[in-house]
Design a protein around this ligand. Sequence first.
Ligand SMILES: *Cc1c(COP(=O)(O)O)cnc(C)c1O
Length: 377
Amino acid sequence: MNGFNTRAVHVGSEPDSLTGAVNPPVYLTSTYAQDAVGVARFSDYARVANPTRSALESCLADLEGARHGVAFASGLAAEDAILRTLSPGDHVVLGGDVYGGTYRLLTRVFGSWGVEVSCVDLSDGAEVTANLRPSTRVVWVETPSNPLLRVVSIAAVADLAHSRGATLVVDNTFATPYLQRPLERGADVVVHSTTKYVGGHSDVVGGFVATNDDEIAASLRFNQYAIGAVPGPLDCYLLLRGLKTLGVRMERHCANARAVADYLGAHRSVREVYYPGLPSHPNHAVAAEQMSDFGGMVSFTTTGDAAAARRVCESTRIFTLAESLGGVESLIELPSQMTHASTVGSPLEPPDNLIRLSVGIEDVTDLIDDLARALSA
Ligand SMILES: *Cc1c(COP(=O)(O)O)cnc(C)c1O
């Protein structure tokens, strides 16, 4: 099998059979002419299938080591398609530190529909076991997590989930398949917000699910067209284009994030740095074993209060104050008032003076100078 970067560039992007174009055409069509009644060459309708979408699906599935990949209009639409396989009364075990929108979807949409949710520390095997019920159908892991960059052993949680017949879903948005491939470690389903590193340029919203389980794939495929949260062909093209540079971008993201984490760790106005690449990180050993590098996200608390943290976020000039992550440009945000505002008052509420950085691919000296200026402001 070819290496990751070769597959990222070529899978799904074979030269067009009609014209030889080296990039897949963007098929802007909603329907397909049929050769006879009920006889379509590719598909009968573009919600069901679109060739540009198929190209994206084959490439990202390949990079995750999956037989099946299903693309959605957003990360949350992808999560919704997975969770729609549940019934009222079913139970979900959720890692205690996840994307705020995942928590909101589970508690406020599926919760009001009768799905039960327990938030647990997935690095504590005894706590996981104590929370598994006969009705537990799904264990949901985000690793590294958002915004505290906690890391959980996928293999260990897979064993616990499977011992009770539950499905393990891993949100691989932060690591990407370049750094971590959950299916190889026992996960049943991988979900992505492709809005982040896969797209990589902050210009598209998308989601993706990968699996080797034929039955799960069939139900995802059904939900894709039966519910209809499909991405448009132009979005699929942008995501496929983003995938081609995923490896080189991730290398720079990781190198820059490590330098930023080291800088912050030595700064007297910084209380704590959360970065799995630091030997002081509580899950450093698991991260070093499970991931090929530690990613581009760094969170930290300052020695000051929430107002001081807010001033830091409002004082940078290169880091843009914005939600989201994973683009080539560096972003800064205050999770308790921005990305994680929906978790305030819940077990998932982050410290109010926690700052989250999505470290981009700019020159790292410029990024560090920018942080130095903001921290002294
Ligand atoms: C952004 C994000 C999501 C949600 O994805 P959208 O594309 O915004 O719908 C899910 N999980 C993680 C880890 C995310 O960062």
